[in-house]
Design a protein around this ligand. Sequence first.
Ligand code: IPM
Ligand code: MN
Length: 366
Amino acid sequence: MKIAVIGGDGTGPEVAAEGLKALAAAAKKVGFKYDTREFDITGERYLRSGGDPTKASISVIGDDEIAQLKTFDAIYLGAVGHPKIAPGILEKGVLLRLRFELDQYINLRPVRLYPNVECPLKGKTVSDIDFVVVRENTEGIYTGMGGVQYKGTPQEVSTQINCTTRFGAERAIRYAFEFCRRRNNPRKRLTLVHKTNVLTFAGDTWFRAFHEVGREYPEIEKDYNHVDACCMWFIKNPEHYDVIVTDNIFGDIITDLAAMIQGGLGVAAGGNINPKGVSMYEPMGGSAPKYAGQNVINPLAAIGAMGMLLRETGHNSGDAKLIDAGERVERAIIATTPKMASQAAGKMGFGTREIGDRVAAAIAAG
Ligand code: IPM
Ligand code: MN
């Protein structure tokens, strides 16, 4: 297996290093070979190359790098974000560009409360918070369609088009039904989250696609929530959810809320997936520049992202060893959280590297 590693800025390289430790331990345990190659795709390089920190003046990733990344089996990303660079430049230049160019049309976000991780919801335990959000990742308001007219005048008008295609909704929905079918959870319920009462065009496209595709999955319960109600239920009864499928912006918002109920950004991992192409896995937290280089940041989200990378790459390529390796990484995280004092940076009771060592040791022992 060939993995491209983009450590990125801030704490990104530190947490990615711990994920790579878990990879090494899992490869040894299960018995598979892999290669990694580091790509210097960073805000640091953008500035060094003369990039304007206030607006995108040069590309953050070269076209040659995009072409090279397409030849890997998966991409492992540490963090995107630089305190000296205006918001949007790196997000658009790295994350969104890769999602679109590699057609990573699924954003997969498992939401799982690990043992001993503090949950802000009173009375909720590990069995109550265990669901997965399948977010459509290439359409909706993320396409950049729209524009501004009469800018800077009192008559200024801007539009940001919610580009929804049957093709895009359907492939996300189909992926979600398949994911629900293979997920080891007796609930077998897929919830569509949208806003059909107001977004009567886009919502209707999603709703009909959901029920039409759903006929092929009679064993899965079809459920629907408006996005605002979904936010309420995340807090009131998260145990209702098994798998959720939703559009790009709704998925963006509800997965940050979900990250909080699973114990924060220290543990939340995600994947930008093209099931037949090159997918990219990442911890959900940012580059946390104030913690960089201090061995205090929580690497579990990055380690979890490596577990996902192994499991999902294994699933998409039919490689049982990789699936096994991914599950072992996940189990090693579950063996590690009970010993931690907290999931917050600097309060874990261990350093970044020590947590990585513990997970690697648990993989070796498991
Ligand atoms: C995410 C992030 C991105 C998004 C940003 C950084 C462009 O918030 O991965 O959820 O909005 O998708
Ligand atoms: Mn987001």
